[in-house]
Design a protein around this ligand. Structure first.
Ligand code: MTE
Ligand code: MO
Length: 437
């Protein structure tokens, strides 16, 4: 029921799809509570005790003494304990090889706080002294150049909102496993994050070095123990690639590549080389270990496809989701995140009956290319078993596939680039489970 996008007249208390989905503007339209159809007040809010508060009476403790002094760098409230989950395969041997995942079920909005941005490290976070760090641009250029931090800071910068998603995000839902893993939403999908990135358009630096006509690719190399390196088409470097120096207004965090990282909007996270130290213009891809041993897609005929740059259109419901539990039946706001490596997210639909019927969710602003958006839809849960799904569409017409359709494009062991629809089964006892629907 994706119609009447701008109708102000939709009956607010009406269900727009099966399983109790309400119009995305039901509460804003004001009718939902008043009509009693939702019984929202009794379902969610606690009735106020019958005391008449006047000034001076019933003051909380905090109003009777001065608050804490200033701090130089703010921290979350001590009552908040939201953390990234860490997944490392060989903790003794390689504690810095693995991931820490963004706690998607505890975040709102469409920006990831810097301390909770996911981290994917191949061999630890190096400690780089910016005073000693340099960026070399060489290869098929007229004038090889070396830039230190002082020089880089003088270039013009741009700020843009972009997500980064790891190639392996959601791979647990790919073709590897036949049974849906029972882990929380962040463990499955938390290798995606979003930030306002500020830095120097790479085209400015490449123009300064002067790319020779034979130059078609750029090798980017990081200064970490993994020496991670990837080949990037020159066109992307000239279009919208950035040497990112700031992340949500402050210098890029060590785990995100301090003092600088490559940012390739929409491209798989692996190509956004952190701790960037070298860019070499080449005629062909370099075929580094990081693009031959990994990050290739297994096809049904047994062949492997190299180089899938842009990540697919995708969405995931983070609330309610595995890792959380339902409370009493009644009103909920279904909420989650959506993104596409091909353009703008234009639509997210939600189903509460396992894909039989769909309703269009509200999408957050701003509506920008290669940026994350939050979606939300009001829902009246009747306490019965239900299967929640979300399905994103982008402005290029790409639609998020079902898990079956996604899986059919690839071979049996494929986990990379999994943008399949996530299904959450809601049990009548309030448990939320990952299901392969
Ligand atoms: N030098 C270097 N760059 C790197 C990596 C790395 O291990 N070393 N990991 C890559 C991978 S696989 C991903 S998904 C992204 C993750 O970026 P983040 O850790 O800032 O979230 O960085 C990429 N850049
Ligand atoms: Mo990655």
């Amino acid at each position: 029921m994706a119609g009447d996008r701008d109708s102000h007249h939709a009956a607010a208390s009406e269900f727009v799809a099966g399983g109790g989905l309400l119009h995305r503007r039901a509460l804003l339209l004001g009718g939902a509570v008043a009509t009693g159809g939702l019984a929202l007040r009794s379902a969610v809010a606690v009735a106020a005790p019958g005391i008449a508060l006047s000034i001076g009476e019933g003051q909380p403790e905090t109003m009777r003494m001065p608050g804490a002094a200033f701090t130089e760098y703010g921290q979350p409230s001590r009552f908040e304990s939201v953390k990234r989950s860490i997944r490392v395969r060989v903790p003794d041997l390689a504690p810095g090889t693995g991931v820490s995942l963004a706690p998607l079920q505890h975040l709102r909005g469409a920006i990831t706080p810097n301390g909770l941005h996911f981290v994917r490290n191949h061999n630890g976070t190096p400690e780089i002294d910016p005073a000693k760090h340099e960026l070399l641009i060489h290869g098929l250029v007229e004038r090889p150049i070396v830039l230190d931090m002082n020089a880089l800071m003088r270039y013009p910068m741009v700020s843009r909102l972009h997500f980064i998603e790891c190639t392996g995000n959601s791979s647990m839902n790919g073709n590897i496993l036949s049974e849906a893993p029972q882990v929380s939403v962040d463990i499955i999908h938390g290798l995606v994050s979003s930030a306002e990135w500020t830095g120097i358009p790479l085209s400015i630096l490449l123009d300064e070095a002067g790319v020779r006509p034979a130059g078609r690719w750029v090798l980017a190399e990081g200064a970490d123990a993994a020496g991670m390196s990837r080949s990037i088409p020159l066109k992307k470097c000239m279009d919208d690639a950035m040497i990112a120096l700031y992340q949500n207004g402050e210098r890029v965090r060590p785990e995100q590549g301090y003092p600088m990282r490559l940012l390739l909007p929409g491209f798989e996270g692996n190509m956004c080389v952190k701790w960037l130290r070298r860019l070499k213009v080449t005629a062909d891809p370099t075929h580094t270990k990081d693009e031959t041993s990994k990050y290739t897609d297994l096809l049904p005929d047994g062949k492997a496809r190299q180089f899938t740059f842009a990540v697919g259109v995708k969405s995931v419901i983070c609330n309610p989701a595995a890792g959380l539990e339902m409370q009493t039946p009644g009103f909920y706001e279904i909420s989650g995140i959506a993104w596409s490596g091909h353009g703008r997210v234009t639509k997210v639909e939600i189903s509460a009956d396992g894909g039989k019927s769909w309703a269009e969710a509200a999408l957050s602003q701003p509506d920008l290319p290669l940026a994350m958006r939050r979606f939300a839809l009001p829902w009246k849960w009747d306490g019965q078993p239900s299967i929640l799904m979300s399905r994103a569409t982008d402005d290029k017409g790409n639609v998020q596939p079902t898990r079956t359709a996604w899986g059919a494009q690839y071979g049996a062991a494929q986990g990379y680039h999994c943008n399949a629809i996530q299904s959450w089964a809601i049990n009548s006892d309030g448990r939320i489970r990952n299901v392969f629907a």
